[in-house]
Design a protein around this ligand. Sequence first.
Ligand code: LLP
Length: 399
Amino acid sequence: MFDKELLKYFSNLETPFYYYDMSLFRKSLKTLKQAAKKYNYNVHYALKANANNRILETIKEYGFGADCVSGNEVQKAIEMNFSPEKIVFAGVGKSDAEINYAIDHSIFGFNSESIEEIEIINEWAIKKDKIVPVSLRINPDIDAITHDYLTTGLNENKFGIPLPFLDKVIEKTNHLTHIKLIGLHFHIGSQITTLEPYIQLCKRVNDIQDNLLKKHGIELKHINLGGGLGINYEKPDTELIPNYSRFFETIHKHLNVQKNQEIHFELGRSVVGQMGSLISRVLYIKKGIKKQFAILDAGMTDLIRPALYGSHHKIENISKQESIMKMVKYDVVGPVCETSDSFDNNVELPKTERKDLVAIRSTGAYGEIMVSQYNLRNKPMAVYSDELLKKNSHIDILI
Ligand code: LLP
């Protein structure tokens, strides 16, 4: 991924920065588009994974919609020219201002998770004399088999309408004059690495749909199965592009689709994860009693996933060639005043020195977007492969 020419460019750049491989990104988007097209599935990109302009522009070029979880994300999608009829607005609690904004822009629909919120949407819709499309996000009580913090579809989670309440919510919604019930929405979690939870989800959706037909005589036009498809953090190079066709094929096999029904997905991580790397410089190699620390100029403010979820990203010393070097174990840490400011322990790297460049891989999703300025640290900049290579060796962003 990082050839000599690229390293030459990197060596002139101020670190840390996010590097985005736009050629890989485009390949991945093309694969996703073809895989979804086979079954006529609609894909909305989840902006929460990465909302950089260049990234959104590219995603839009391929015709995907936008999945938003805040008023600002809806605004961003509109500003980036996603067509409103391809924008969905989810989230466990939407403020009145956010509801207003989304109604005013006539988006495709709200994914709503409580009757309390739907009633407020209805109040605003009455005031604006508009009929607002709403899908019900249901909590299907299915284990996504992922990190606890990334699990959203179990009864104990705050998300979705509990299944036993569904009939009541539908009855109440039917009485609301300015709400049009258009679909069902599910999202059971993130970084899901086996397809089994999706098979369970499809079965649950089939049962729910059968019941709706029997009890209420309703067939809903839209089924949204959310996002969650995981990526290979351990060995990114073996799976730079997620296996979308296997994913959609599994859904196709297990989901009963009613006549004229449209199926939607909200993928985030799988779309942008592998194309991003956080590039950082080694500030110091510090000897401890039992350990050696490679102290980077990137910290938890630049990438919080390891500190927050204990997640592991592949870490590479890209200034040294692994095959010819002695390997040494390091705890790779950041400079922030927190013990949790550590990227990983006992990482085997070629013998590493001050100023070596290190790549923390698979950070295109939930990397830059979760940056903070704790300790008043600067935000890392974004570097796009296609812009960098256009500039030849004259780079404006020099140290
Ligand atoms: N739809 C809804 C309603 C969601 O809540 C999410 C993610 C997605 C779609 C997109 O899921 P994806 O395809 O990206 O898995 N910060 C965490 C991930 C949090 C995901 C939150 N919801 C991380 O760094 O792993």
